[in-house]
Design a protein around this ligand. Sequence first.
Ligand code: DQA
Length: 146
Amino acid sequence: TTVLLLNGPNLNLLGTRDPGQYGTETLADIERRVRSLGAELGVAVECAQSNHEGELVEHVHRAREMDGIVLNPGAFAHYSIALRDAIDAVDTPCVEVHISNVYAREPFRHTSVTAPVAAGYIAGCGPFGYELALRAVLSRIEERRT
Ligand code: DQA
């Protein structure tokens, strides 16, 4: 079982970016955390991050060969129809995660165009949300196998 952990724009700045909202863990810390949970659960976790919409679309396409996706689309969640269509086009279940509680923030963050095509949605749990998302996508993968 292989899961793609995919992070969108500005998430490479985690650690120094608005720690009040996102905490002080870096993206490398988060990737380590998810990989080690994956190792515990017998799942390979492949990590990628991009600030570019088209590259994220291509990463999602690449995940056709994988079993699941954990995706933090960053701000693209709020308006990228291309990313939404990519998730919709592949048969690989995708769980969306946001570190911050987007519903406690500006109204423009309350909409996710990607969430309706996701297999699940987690927000406001901090970096721990990525671990929840990995467990959630694995349970979706299991459901599909039974
Ligand atoms: C985010 C929330 C988005 O609104 C924001 O644009 C981000 C990070 C989060 O993880 O909380 O880049 O996806």
